[in-house]
Design a protein around this ligand. Structure first.
Ligand code: FES
Ligand SMILES: [Fe+2]
Length: 383
């Protein structure tokens, strides 16, 4: 399989990037959205699956279609830790083994088995490993296990390739977010004077330097994650956005080549009574709704709305959503990378692509891949 210069974009089951991403655990659903006894259809990297939570509380991921005549198992019923097909009632256990077939002779069910995939829950997300050849241990993020205010955001399901999101850069903030920043009195932010990039144990680190300010860092964690410390993108009141900051992890998971789900967790460094008060304020905020926020971004792209028309009482978190949607979906679902004109502020993009292509070439050649590792203190590099 040859590697093209944009091979990281395409993640279907027969692609190199698809094989690579499938060898890592990926978040596929927010834990709180899947109650016991619920079954849903999920699409990941151009493949369909059935996700359900058994009555015992464990999440299970199996193939999309029933082995009998192929209807979607997401329309069936959860029974204990098993799933029964809507059409003729075949029943499967969590390993995908068929255990019951109404009207059939005993012995047939034992010969029928669907694909199933390991799942684990961590940081409020359901993770699955879709690769062949066994799952590695689930990677941990100790910075996010600290006892501050931990939240799992509404997954951002956007009509663009996951790599648009992966390549979002540190230099965009004063421009893309000019409207929301100005509303909290931070509209005078300067673009960084320099952006440098280096390869690390976990991926690529971008370092931004501006006159008279401490350096700031964005971590691009291989293969498809970003870690930031956000000083404004805070859910809550204007006062919260002016005063608080959060460490944030993003997983950019392809749904298919033209859409992705970004899963976000954030940790706001508050404790004691301040933490309790902030949790209460956050609970009183209307949750981010994908349809509403995406529709606003789409209307801006269509020329029917402008960012300055975002509602005055909308939280900075949601305004950032719309602003980032506008710039990243605005690049096209798969940007034309052949004709782009990269400059000095794109140092980390150039490096990230070359690291990705190096790994894909090694994968294609059957050579050893770099083992990425989370290191302590990544969050606290940012002052
Ligand atoms: S299609 Fe599922 S039982 Fe017939
Ligand atoms: Fe942004």
């Amino acid at each position: 399989m040859a590697t093209t210069s944009d091979a990281f974009v395409y993640t279907g089951p027969d692609t190199l990037a698809g094989r690579y991403l499938r060898s890592f655990w990926q978040p596929i659903y927010r834990s709180q959205d899947l109650e016991r006894g619920r079954v849903v259809a999920v699409r990941i990297m151009s493949e369909d699956f059935t996700l359900y939570r058994g009555e015992g509380g464990a999440a299970h991921l199996i193939a999309s279609r029933c082995a009998h005549r192929g209807t979607r198992l997401s329309t069936g019923w959860v029974e204990g830790d098993c799933l029964r097909c809507l059409y003729h009632g075949w029943k499967y256990d969590a390993s995908g083994q068929c255990v019951e077939q109404p009207g059939e002779d005993g012995g047939f069910a034992a010969k029928v088995r669907l694909a199933s995939y390991p799942t684990e829950e961590y940081l409020g997300l359901i993770f699955a490993c879709l690769g062949e050849g066994g799952a590695p241990p689930l990677r941990r993020y100790p910075d996010f296990e600290r006892p501050f205010v931990f939240e799992v955001g509404t997954p951002e399901i956007w009509p663009c390739n996951y790599f648009n999101r992966m390549e979002n850069d540190p230099a965009h903030v004063p421009f893309v977010h000019r409207e929301s920043l100005s509303r909290v009195g931070k509209g005078d932010q300067m673009a960084p004077r320099t952006v440098t990039a280096e390869e690390t144990e976990y991926g690529v680190r971008a370092t931004m330097r501006s006159a008279g300010q401490p350096a700031r860092y964005v971590h691009y964690i291989m293969p498809n994650m970003t870690q930031t410390r956000s000083q404004t993108r805070v859910e809550g009141s204007v006062a919260d956005a002016q005063r608080l900051w959060a460490d944030r992890l993003f997983w950019h998971v392809p749904i298919d080549d033209h859409s992705n789900a970004t899963f976000i967790v954030d940790l706001t460094h508050l404790s004691g009574m301040e933490a309790d008060a902030y949790r209460k304020r956050r609970r009183s905020v209307e949750p981010a709704r994908v349809e509403t926020l995406n529709a606003f971004g789409a209307a801006v792209l269509a020329g029917r709305r402008a960012l300055r028309e975002m509602p005055a009482d909308m939280s900075t978190y949601k305004q950032f959503w719309i602003e980032d949607y506008t710039s990243l979906v605005g690049q096209g679902s798969i940007p034309d990378r052949e004709h782009e004109r990269l400059g000095r502020i794109d140092a980390h993009i150039i490096l990230l692509r070359s690291v990705w292509l190096r790994e894909l070439k090694a994968l294609a050649a059957g050579e050893p891949l770099k083992e990425w590792r989370i290191v302590p203190g990544m969050a606290d590099m940012n002052a």
